[in-house]
Design a protein around this ligand. Structure first.
Ligand SMILES: Nc1ncnc2c1ncn2[C@@H]1O[C@H](COP(=O)(O)OP(=O)(O)OP(=O)(O)O)[C@@H](O)[C@H]1O
Ligand SMILES: [Mg+2]
Length: 227
């Protein structure tokens, strides 16, 4: 089951503020091939997070549509979007949003509990092993370093075997060494599982390490490079 092929077609997102309309994304068109690993850069306010929210079905375009393996979700209900999202999409954010009362293992299992499916503790342990935390299963987030917390968040994002992984400044909060570790981990896992992956980052070093690079400014893609 490879990664989702994603096509963004003429997508705009505007916000109404009193009398004004703010156009945050402007007629944006791009695509993420199945299994590709892409970095998204651009100045603060360019619209990166807005685009990730739309791709993740957390928000809807004002105009245009996004196709997932050729399928449009424009007419999908909120409930249909939520079940699509939970089954197919993984998220990693700058701040890990781990639940403080739960252990690393429990945090990784949380999406399976929310989905109401069978919990797979062996799979969660395997994922925590892959991110180098097999010896930290029973630790609460407060007992882990920042990099370790973010690696738990990576494992949690992968527990449902997403076909599309969206990461919004996943290393924004980490030192340069740990950033490189987490980024390399994402890239390796994405390659191994043929998962489509989009990582927004301000880190130019990491951006240069990706074979596909989208640069945004002021609500549009200003360059798309494949090396
Ligand atoms: N709910 C909202 N209402 C009005 N404007 C918004 C709203 N959400 C975002 N914006 C505006 O959209 C623009 C793009 O925001 P976005 O968060 O996508 O930028 P970004 O590229 O992720 O920036 P950063 O690198 O700082 O995270 C900003 O100018 C922001 O003020
Ligand atoms: Mg952002």
């Amino acid at each position: 089951m490879g990664g989702l092929a994603v096509e963004v077609k003429n997508v705009s997102r505007s916000y109404r503020r009193a009398e004004r309309t703010i156009d945050v994304l402007r007629n944006l068109t791009t695509s993420l091939p199945s299994g590709s690993f892409t970095v998204l850069t651009g100045p603060s306010g360019a619209g990166k997070s807005t685009l990730l929210h739309l791709l993740g079905t957390l928000d809807r375009p004002t105009e245009g549509e996004i196709l997932y393996d050729g399928r449009s979700l424009v007419k999908a209900s909120d409930r249909e979007l939520a079940s699509f999202r939970n089954a197919r999409i993984g998220f990693i954010f700058q701040f890990h949003h781990l639940l403080p009362e739960f252990t690393a293992l429990e945090n990784v299992l949380m999406p399976t509990w929310i989905a109401g499916g069978r919990e797979n503790a062996d799979r969660a342990k395997t994922l925590l092993g892959e991110v180098g935390l097999e010896h930290r299963l029973d630790h609460k987030p407060s007992e882990l370093s920042g990099g370790e917390q973010q690696r738990v968040a990576v494992a949690r994002a992968l527990i449902m075997d997403p076909a599309l992984l969206l990461a919004d400044e996943p290393t924004g909060n980490l030192d340069s060494h740990t950033s490189l570790e987490v980024f390399t981990l994402l890239r390796t896992l994405s390659e191994r599982q043929a998962m489509t992956c989009l990582v927004a980052t301000h880190n130019e070093v990491l951006a240069r390490m990706a074979s596909r690079h989208l640069a945004m400014d002021d609500g549009v893609i200003v360059s798309a490079t494949v090396t």
